[in-house]
Design a protein around this ligand. Structure first.
Ligand SMILES: Cc1cc2nc3c(=O)[nH]c(=O)nc-3n(C[C@H](O)[C@H](O)[C@H](O)COP(=O)(O)OP(=O)(O)OC[C@H]3O[C@@H](n4cnc5c(N)ncnc54)[C@H](O)[C@@H]3O)c2cc1C
Length: 418
């Protein structure tokens, strides 16, 4: 780890391991993330505020404001030993469920209907298309593009809210992106979002998987949120589709990020239930046995082709899954390909532990760092949302903090010795 990154990580971890520093910092970040602040608190206009945030939070968690900065960061992450990056564009559309107003991370708000949107050509979809293709230009073969479909604006979200496929322009855009990715051997992860739109997102992703995921290789991954009580039923339906139509199911598993805004009754009652659900699905996929799929009882069906992606900062979940996968490979038992992902700047200790988990004759597991790129204003909004989603992991960074401190002491001692 270069010295600059070590010092920055120490600084950020000092804040994040201390509740009394972390909570006010998040409030401050949330305050400056609102676009129409006065000059003093506007991250895009106040150069001093911008410089401080850039050297600290931004560089720790984001890839870059420009294409050049982003490419450099992607290369640095790979030099640290990661298999690749998952890159996403920071511009997001966030629907305020209470007011039905969209907040764009660039500060321009709009109403949640297709009113005013040109029926033939939707500029929001076009902007999203251009941003996504630009993101694609910044990564290489073996990397992953993450997309948040609601970012394409009101007409797409309207369709998703009704549980429908998005307008044809969006379907054409998704086809164009998937064809380009397939040619360049780049995979696409479709993020799971709030339950308000998730049915439409899952339908759209299923169609993409049917079209593009063949010969055991998932170009497209759908995201399954383990904290939802309804996820096993959705997964069983998608496994049945994959089995019937002979495509590879891209199964990206997360716990779920919308616990604060989602209807609480849809989510498991306790954290332990969510943990059990997450670990149960990961175990089932790795052993090729989920429900009737891969079983041998009455009603059993063959287990379809699956590519598994475990996105989590939970050390126990990812290390247990990796060890199970390795044991099954050694014992020549059936299993599925698996990769792992954590956010850039978070749970590095978990990511590096995974990378170290291999014998002399084996390759390290496929570990990806997920990062975002975009202007300071766009990224600050993104950072606030990720910090809230991952607050359990953020406050659980003691192991990482201890490791960073001992590494800093070791380097200081060797410097004094010289
Ligand atoms: C690479 C990557 C991609 C991601 N993509 C998505 C995505 O597309 N969509 C999405 O929704 N999220 C996504 N997330 C976020 C993810 O869903 C989690 O919010 C986050 O990773 C924290 O969970 P964890 O597995 O790291 O582990 P932990 O920190 O052990 O678990 C925290 C999670 O447990 C659950 N939980 C906490 N308290 C309770 C409770 N009382 N009852 C029930 N459940 C509880 C919540 O889901 C919470 O986020 C992504 C995360 C990563 C690292």
């Amino acid at each position: 780890m270069p010295i600059k990154i070590l010092i920055r990580s120490l600084f950020i971890n000092t804040i994040s391991t201390n509740r009394f520093l972390l909570i006010p910092s998040l409030h401050l970040l949330s305050f400056v993330s609102k676009a129409n602040r006065s000059f003093l608190f506007n991250v895009d206009r106040n150069p001093v505020l911008k410089a401080v945030l850039k050297k600290t939070m931004y560089n720790q968690f984001c890839a870059g404001e420009t294409e050049k900065e982003t490419k450099t960061c992607v290369r640095q992450l790979k030099d640290l030993g990661f298999r690749g990056v998952i890159l996403t564009y920071a511009k997001e559309t966030v629907l305020d469920n209470k007011t039905s107003v969209f907040h764009h991370s660039n500060g321009v708000d709009g109403l949640s209907s297709s009113e005013g949107v040109e029926a033939k050509f939707d500029n929001n979809i076009e902007d999203w298309r251009i941003g996504t293709l630009k993101t694609l230009d910044l990564i290489d073969e073996g990397d992953i593009l993450a997309i948040k479909m609601s970012g394409a604006g009101p007409s797409v979200v309207d369709a998703f809210t009704k549980g429908k496929l998005p307008p044809q322009q969006m379907l054409d855009t998704l086809d164009e992106i998937a064809i380009t990715c397939k040619e360049r051997r780049i995979q696409i992860i479709v993020d799971a979002e709030s339950q308000h739109f998730q049915k439409g997102i899952a339908c759209t992703t299923l169609e993409l998987m049917r079209k593009f995921n063949h010969a055991g290789f998932a170009v497209i991954y759908n995201t399954y949120q383990a904290y939802l009580k309804g996820t096993p039923a959705v997964l069983a339906q998608h496994l049945a589709e994959a089995s019937k139509n002979g495509f590879t199911l891209g199964l990206k598993l997360v716990r779920g990020a919308y616990i604060l805004s989602e209807d609480r009754s849809l989510i498991h009652d306790t954290k332990k239930n969510t943990d059990d659900a997450y670990n149960g699905i990961a175990y089932g996929a790795l052993c090729q046995h989920i429900g009737d799929f891969g079983g041998d009882g009455p009603g059993a069906q063959p287990f379809p082709s699956v590519n598994l992606f475990l996105a989590s900062h939970n050390r126990e979940s990812v290390l247990t899954a990796h060890r199970l996968h390795r044991q099954r490979l050694i014992a020549r038992l059936p299993t599925v390909p698996v990769a792992f992902g954590q956010l850039q700047g978070m749970s590095d200790e978990v990511s590096f532990s995974l990378l170290r988990e291999h014998g002399e004759a084996e390759n390290p597991p496929d570990v990806f760092k997920c990062s975002t790129w975009g202007s300071m204003g766009e990224c600050v909004g993104y950072l606030v949302r990720r910090a809230v989603e991952n607050r359990d992991a953020v406050l659980r960074t003691n192991d990482e903090y201890t490791a960073l401190k001992s590494e800093a002491k070791r380097r200081l001692r060797s410097l004094l010795y010289v």
